[in-house]
Design a protein around this ligand. Sequence first.
Ligand SMILES: [Zn+2]
Length: 355
Amino acid sequence: MNDPPAAPADADLLDEARAGSGAALEALLERHEAKLYRFARRLCRHREDAEDVLQESLLAAARGLPRFRGASSLGTWLYTIARSFCIKKRRRSVFAPPEVSLDTEASVAAGGVADPSRRPDEALEASRLEAALEREIARLERPYREVLLLRDIEGLSSAEVARVTGLSVGAVKTRLHRARARLREALAPFMAPRGEAAARAAAPCPDVVRLFSRHLEGDVSAKTCASMEKHLASCPRCAGACDELKEVLRLCRAAPEPAVPADVQGKVRRAVHDLAAGRSQATRAIARGSRHRQVATRAGVSGRPRIEGGPTPSTRRPPGPTGSGAPRPCAPRAAVPTRGSRSPPPRADGSPPRR
Ligand SMILES: [Zn+2]
């Protein structure tokens, strides 16, 4: 399934929204809300908190849009806002309930990566695996969890994750490799017997999971890659571990976008609508040339939505060079599938999709 060909690009909607189009503003936020909600639910690990965060983030974005200069993609900017609201939420609640596993009933019941060709026992096994994945993601400490969510579920590049989190690209990757390795380890029992095809290797095994994760980020030299390939060809245990990591990443990328609760959606729509109406009044005032810029600022403030927002969206600059599209030293053994409907086509080398 592809987006309808006529769907305007984010950049076009942005221009229109900045020029005062309420419809463009609403369309823009609507386009991103399910992804933001998916991210917030896993980062907050609490549904109501995630709903609040979504609401606050969308409204803060609607208010901050005139200040958004496009230094990063709109999506990256929105994740930055949502992340800061999630963190704030957690800090604010002194008696916050213990962080628990995200309930997975929705994603599992919805079939997650629904595949009609699956047999019932396969479907059951798959839904167990998906539930286990959610549990293990929820168990990761936040610094690891947020990096994994942004990179492997939301599909941002490492450089974009660095921008959202304020970390260096190197720190993002270090956390990412650890998070991936931990998930792979925790989920290995659910993926037996593939991972149990253990056999004695002649030489001591390298840390193939970490190597493979680094390879996905374009950080493994051709020489190292070749020796890894050689080892994998002769070591079923390591080959199994790599397969498990691929499966974990495939599942991450297949995480569905949850339905945004109707009441949250309604509140946001109304507030954004009011905000947009306030803005277009301001725009008309400017057009009449009655006064100067001051008018627009004041009208913008008076047009504030009912739901009060949070921090001023960050315009943090990327710490590193944009794009981590380093050439891939060699091809991994099998491609990691990517989310079909919203990602670019899978790269031939099986690396995660870039945006
Ligand atoms: Zn090995």
